[in-house]
Write a protein that binds this ligand. Structure first.
Ligand SMILES: [Zn+2]
Length: 58
């Protein structure tokens, strides 16, 4: 089945995801699956979170 991958931060559509088994998605902790939509972070938002995040190590 196909799922839509959407950035949970800026709501931009990142792409489509083809999954054979929804349990596969459960192993990816960056994904939050609601219905046919998999919420994740786009590379840009991930970068911004990295910079402003509390868990930033240098
Ligand atoms: Zn984003």
């Amino acid at each position: 089945m196909y799922m839509l991958k959407i950035c949970r931060c800026c709501d931009s559509i990142i792409g489509e995801l083809e999954v054979d088994d929804s349990r596969t998605l459960g192993m990816d902790h960056s994904l939050e699956v609601i219905g046919n939509v998999a919420y994740t972070l786009c590379s840009q938002c991930m970068k911004e979170l990295d910079i402003s995040g509390v868990h930033y190590y240098q």
